[in-house]
Design a protein around this ligand. Structure first.
Ligand SMILES: [Zn+2]
Ligand SMILES: [Zn+2]
Length: 379
């Protein structure tokens, strides 16, 4: 049907007015908060799981955060590819790329993931600050939100309530394989389900170090994307390397690492082999293990989330685990959690995926033992 420009504009205006009258802001509409879940809201169903919220200020906050970070990552990574293809590179830039990659793994994989979420070890307040701040520099939300989200991922593991799963979306609705892969990788960033901090934020909300890192998160991103690359270029190269250090040494590097982390939620829940029959569909995926320096042995991790190392088979190399053991030797961390030998690997004939159609209606909300003592009391 042909529509004149005037008809188009007037139709747009009346739609805007309807939305406005219904108390839904344009921002909600633009961020996808509203239209995608219209059907769900019409049905009037709350989220079936405790610990998950739908819509409201929390969803809006999530959308703004994620959109800002998405623009930063994709923008600088695109610039990084351009730089790589059109400009001469040198060791000043590549050394920042490599050192930065190791720092991201240290802060994010060892810090956010193995320490703040799973408490694979204990450490000093100074080290908590170091891990938290270095994790913030990889520009993936804050230690507070990420840790709460990741607790929810382990609590529900591919059942309704999971934050990011290739099997069910944020509302617990089953998905096909392709949509599932995309939703688990990054689509979940813009769905309107979000984590109830009252349930999954115990021990995080109010924690001095966590709150500091959360409050100052954009400062660390600015430090990581501007101050550090400029200082690196001027210290080890020249002013001509500044753009390369920002776009290639930082932007593209963080983008690759972020895709490794997101790949742990998508590819390492779909492709790879399973050693343990844990509740989720997690797999050991060598490609993701390379990108994340060991976190891609995700089935080993889901089977025993508190273990400091994912290393079991000789090929399942886990540099992040080595880092923790090295810090233990140096006395920087202690109470390092070892993998329980009692967890018997499956015989190959028993290897199977859980039947995702046999989804329990009320899986209990299980906190990892990693909760600080006070949080356990509150729970
Ligand atoms: Zn997982
Ligand atoms: Zn985990």
């Amino acid at each position: 049907m042909h529509m004149t420009a005037f008809e188009g504009v007037s139709r747009g205006c009346s739609r805007f007015y309807r939305v406005y009258r219904n108390g839904v802001s344009m921002a909600d509409k633009l961020t996808g908060l509203y239209p995608t879940d219209r059907a769900w809201e019409r049905e009037g169903k709350p989220h079936p799981q405790r610990g998950v919220l739908i819509g409201g200020p929390g969803a809006r906050r999530k959308h703004y955060d994620m959109t800002g970070l998405f623009v930063l990552h994709v923008g600088t990574a695109t610039g990084g590819v351009w730089y790589l293809l059109t400009q001469p590179t040198n060791w000043t830039i590549w050394s920042l790329f490599i050192v930065g990659y190791l720092m991201s793994n240290f802060g994010f994989s060892v810090g956010f993931h193995r320490y703040f979420t799973h408490r694979s070890f204990e450490t000093s307040k100074t080290m908590r600050y170091v891990l938290g701040i270095m994790g913030q520099m990889s520009a993936m939300t804050s230690v507070k939100y990420w840790t709460a989200d990741h607790r929810r991922h382990h609590a529900f593991g591919d059942r309704p309530g999971d934050v990011h799963s290739p099997i069910v979306d944020g509302h617990g609705r089953p998905m096909g394989k392709v949509k599932g892969l995309l939703m688990a990788h990054f689509g979940w960033l813009w769905d309107n389900a979000h984590t109830d901090m009252e349930v999954f934020g115990k021990g995080l909300v109010g924690d001095e170090v966590v709150e500091f890192c959360h409050r100052t998160r954009w400062h660390w991103i600015a430090f990581s994307y501007v101050v550090l690359p400029v200082a690196w270029a001027l210290s080890f190269g020249s002013a001509a390397d500044i753009i390369g250090c920002i776009l290639l040494g930082t932007g593209l590097r963080n983008f690759i690492f972020m895709n490794g982390v997101m790949g742990t939620d998508s590819a390492a829940h779909l492709f790879g082999y399973r050693r343990f029959n844990d509740d989720s569909t997690s797999t050991n995926n060598w490609f993701i293990a390379i990108l994340t320096l060991g976190d891609g042995w995700h089935n080993n991790h889901h089977a025993q989330p508190r273990a400091a190392s994912n290393h079991i088979g000789w090929w399942e190399l886990d540099p992040n685990g080595w880092t923790i053991f090295a810090m233990e030797k140096m006395g920087l961390v202690w109470n390092v959690q070892r993998r329980a030998k009692s967890r018997v690997p499956l015989a190959s004939a028993e290897l199977s995926y859980p039947d995702v159609h046999d989804i329990p209606t009320k899986p209990s909300v299980m906190f990892p033992e990693s909760q600080p003592a006070q949080a356990l009391q509150d729970a």
